[in-house]
Design a protein around this ligand. Structure first.
Ligand code: PEP
Ligand code: MN
Length: 684
């Protein structure tokens, strides 16, 4: 090499480097080609995609080779971990049929291009072998709306960070929305400090970044007393602001890609509180996906527990009993329920496997509310947990399915499943009475609850006076219809939303929880937000889409018996709600159609004793609709208590003769007072 012409030598060396780089890329492509052949080989067998033993072997081999060549072993490990992880995801994608299908997906994320969110979304889409169109939007709500409206196929959201913890807003979205987790990604967050000039960190006065990124670098920032952290819209905009200001005392924290885009100097490549910071993302879609049983898979769900000691523990115990390993447990407050919590659980398991399906059944009967958020191919899993996914996948092979015996005392594949239309409602599945909690009130078990109020909410004065009176007499829950199922279209149809507000205000003033009827699916969310219990009327007992809709919300449901429904049909209807994950069903006997015309309906009190035997769900009796006549209401309420009902529902009106609906069967105030006095004398 000649000293006279250093530029020529440098050029030559760089060319040599380029060739090596090209070779590296070619070798990577060749490796991937071989991975594709392996995937084809595996496709015809039941062999699990992930083989932790083999992965360990590969890593050890390359580490040893690196060391013998004077290279850094940790560097070799890091690079090959990435390569293996990518190879596995390509194999998974090929099993899902993604390979070669040239799928194009539109993906929404929060923020600007070249932010962590954007780069992680790109990494996820590439790992699936898809092409992507990426849409950065300013707010989380816009991201969700664009998915819900069909503008994009996937909403890609950060859910937790190894330094900053969980991102609560995303958990709330998962609870509220009917969206599904279809994938996850683990993204290595490189927190780069960048400025317009190569200045020492001590010269910096202001450091701009997204609040979440600042959280993750709190130690670094705190060590610079002269510098002030400034929250910014996103990390990319922070970089742009630093570049635009051209002030060398200003720096931003963000991705190296964004720093490069704005031609900033990277002062430090890792200012995070930990050496390695990972962000876990979830991909949400409008419909769920099914995952091949050979692929390591996770299932995410939300549950609220029964009002019992050790309730959460028994749910977790079910996962353990079925050999499902839990990877995450997070609690969030239940909306409008101070100091009550819902639990978000991730575990390794695939809903397509019998073992997982049985565990979910057991969980449904143990929990009061359960919603499956998604079942998806796992990417963010602690290293040592991977080995447990292998036996699970193998177990799914058809020959072995029958030998996968469920734990003692838990449902077996063939047990109550076959003949009956209901099994979650069946007392055989859950021998103890279900007790439903509404605020501080318990419904079911040994208690007796009185629901009282007008047939319809008619005016502020009417509902307020009734609320205060029934409360004074010892009623526990205020009723009042606002969406009314009337036999004829010209009859009073209820006050709708305005009525709901009046009912909610009256309940609040009297200190009573409220119940009201929902007639259509689009009323469910509106009513669930304001009412403590949703009522499904007799005419809708077999409106299956409506039952499924109330099964998806975390609110107790009072299911009235259909006008001509058998007890079996009624329990099957309850099962529709339970099967969606809402275990908070109260059955309400309200009389059935018979040849008898002396009463409006025939109140079937024998249903109470039959139900007490067949189901664990609470049972309430409505003698107002059951008889249709004021005079008969109190005696039948007393009889209901005597035969083992868990409560009654009574129509009360300040002036029944002027009532806009069901005046004949409504009690006036003195009538309700004497009903209550009689009830307290009933011995059970
Ligand atoms: C009601 O409770 O107001 C009502 C309409 O009842 P049902 O659905 O039992 O007729
Ligand atoms: Mn009525």
């Amino acid at each position: 090499m000649s000293n006279e012409n250093p530029n020529v030598a440098l050029k030559e060396l760089r060319q040599r480097l380029n060739q090596v780089d090209d070779d590296i890329v070619r070798f990577l492509a060749k490796r991937l080609e071989t991975v594709g052949l392996i995937a084809k080989e595996k496709a015809g067998s039941t062999q699990a995609i992930r083989d932790p033993e083999r992965e360990r072997e590969v890593l050890t081999r390359v580490e040893t080779l690196a060391q013998s060549l004077g290279l850094s072993a940790p560097l070799a490990r890091k690079i090959f971990s990435e390569i293996i992880s990518y190879s596995v995801s390509r194999q998974v994608a090929s099993l899902a049929g993604g390979e070669g299908a040239a799928t194009e997906v539109a993906v929404a994320y929060q923020g600007s291009p070249l932010t962590y969110n954007n780069l992680a979304a790109e990494q996820y889409v590439a790992s699936q072998g898809w092409g992507g169109r990426f849409v950065g939007l300013p707010t989380l709500k816009q991201v969700i709306d664009s998915l819900a409206s069909g503008a994009v196929d996937i909403a890609f959201l950060p859910i937790e960070n190894t330094v900053a913890g969980s991102i609560n807003q995303v958990y709330d979205v998962l609870r509220e929305q009917d969206l599904h987790i279809v994938g996850e990604e683990s993204y290595r967050v490189e927190l780069c400090l960048a400025a317009t000039a190569d200045v020492p960190a001590a010269a910096l006065r202001r450091i701009l970044s997204h609040p979440l990124a600042l959280d993750q670098c709190s130690a670094f920032v705190a060590a610079l007393p002269q510098a002030r952290a400034e929250p910014f819209l996103d990390t990319r905009e922070a970089m742009r602001a630093v570049a635009d200001a051209k002030d060398p005392t200003l720096a931003a924290i963000g991705t190296p890609e964004a720093a490069a885009a704005h031609e900033l100097h990277i002062l430090n490549r890792n200012v995070g509180n930990q050496d390695e910071i990972l962000m876990r993302y979830v991909a949400l879609a409008r419909s769920p996906v099914s995952v091949d049983v050979r692929v390591p898979c996770k299932t995410s769900l939300i549950l609220s527990t029964r009002h019992e000691k050790g309730a959460l523990l028994s749910c977790l115990h079910i996962l353990a009993e079925y050999g499902l390993s839990m990877t995450k447990l997070e609690s969030r407050p239940r909306p409008n329920r101070p100091w009550e919590y819902m639990f978000f659980i991730d575990f390794e398991g695939n809903v397509a496997q019998e073992r997982t399906a049985l565990a979910l059944d057991a969980l449904r009967s143990e929990a009061l509310y359960l919603k499956i958020l998604g079942c998806y191919s796992a990417r963010a899993t602690p290293a040592e947990a991977q080995s447990t996914t292998l036996p699970e996948a193998v177990e799914a092979a058809p020959v072995e399915a029958s030998s996968a015996a469920p734990p003692a005392g838990r449902p077996t594949p063939s047990a109550p499943r076959a003949s009956k239309h209901y099994r979650l409602a069946d007392r055989a599945t859950h021998p103890e009475d279900t007790v439903i909690r509404v605020g501080s009130l318990l419904i079911g078990g040994t208690g007796f609850v009185v629901i009282a109020g007008p047939c319809s909410v008619e005016s502020e004065d009417q509902i307020n006076r009734t609320a205060l009176f029934v409360r004074e007499q010892g009623a526990h829950i205020l009723r009042g219809g606002v969406f009314k199922p009337r036999t004829g279209p010209y009859a009073f149809q209820g006050l709708g939303r305005d009525g709901l507000d009046l009912l909610a205000a009256a309940g609040k003033a009297a200190g009573l929880p409220i119940i009201t009827e929902v007639m259509t699916i689009d009323q469910v969310h509106l009513v669930a937000e304001k009412a403590d219990i949703l009522q499904i009327g007799a005419r809708n007992m077999q409106n299956f889409p409506l039952l499924s809709a109330v099964g998806k919300v975390d609110r107790p449901v009072l299911l009235k018996r259909g006008l001509s429904s058998t007890i079996e049909e009624w329990l099957a209807a309850a099962e529709y709600i339970l099967a969606q994950g809402n275990g908070q069903v109260i059955l309400c006997e309200r009389g059935i159609r018979t040849f008898e015309s002396a009463t409006r309906n025939t109140l079937d009190l024998s249903a109470v004793v039959v139900l007490r035997e067949r189901t664990h769900l609470p049972i309430v009796v409505d003698p107002s609709h059951g008889t249709g006549k004021r005079l008969y209401v109190a005696p039948m309420a007393w009889a209901a208590r005597a035969c083992g009902a868990h409560g009654v529902s009574i129509e009360v009106h300040p002036d029944p003769d002027k009532a806009l609906s069901d005046g004949d069967q409504s009690l006036d105030f003195p009538g309700f007072k004497s009903l209550m006095e009689g009830l307290s004398r009933v011995r059970v």
